[in-house]
Design a binder for this molecule. Sequence first.
Ligand SMILES: C[S@@+](CC[C@H](N)C(=O)[O-])C[C@H]1O[C@@H](n2cnc3c(N)ncnc32)[C@H](O)[C@@H]1O
Length: 250
Amino acid sequence: MHKSIDTFLNKNICGDCLEVMRTMPDESVDLIVTSPPYNLKNSTGNGMKDGRGGKWANAALINGYANYGDCMPADEYAKWQRDCLTEMFRLLKNDGAIFYNHKWRVQAGLLQDRQDIVSGFPIRQIIIWRRKGGINFNAGYFLPTYEVIYMITKPDFKLAKGANSYGDVWEFTQEMKNPHPAPFPIAMIDRIIQSTNAKIVLDPFMGSGTTAIAALQNDRYFIGIEKSQEYVEMANRRIAENDRQSQMKW
Ligand SMILES: C[S@@+](CC[C@H](N)C(=O)[O-])C[C@H]1O[C@@H](n2cnc3c(N)ncnc32)[C@H](O)[C@@H]1O
């Protein structure tokens, strides 16, 4: 039995995203913006395992997440992410879209382009997020500077007027001051939300609350799900602080 979508609006729920999404009704959200854990600790490269962080610009991720290991066997991880995407797709209205951020990497000489996760879902476009800066201590690799955003859409999805002129390579500097190990830049989520006519925006891996902040500052509703209580509290503090600052502007 699904609960009414109204009971989820502007709430950041602490829990497992699959379990929580299963309590939400079909075709009830307009937009999903999310970045799952990348399974980075399951690495054959030396970037994460030996602690030098050379392959990853955001060295804070070496320490991992607060309450999540990020180290599943590859096939188990792909199945989990497919289950999450299946549930997200069920929740999406017929004119909705999922912006699913992930990272390609080479592992044991093979490109992991995440086809094992996204194949079969209606991907309309791939956006390249070009990150700026970063430090590379590893002389064996060029500094990695991009991630991908899969735009997975239901049939009637349309961009907001004029948004198509942004093109498909977006340059946004990663967040430097956020204590979460893998936050979105707020400006990038602002762009995604402003590129749609969505009213209700879900992020099932809410982390430090970036999607909620961007939704609220664009007068949309957010729904957040996050497994770690520590990050839920971090997000709630950021949301409240952002709200306080925006009220001071009036
Ligand atoms: C890449 S981070 C998201 C960061 C977020 N975009 C931000 O701006 O802060 C992924 C998040 O998923 C959370 N997570 C891991 N497993 C989860 C699950 N089963 N359900 C919900 N959240 C989960 C982690 O704790 C982590 O905060």
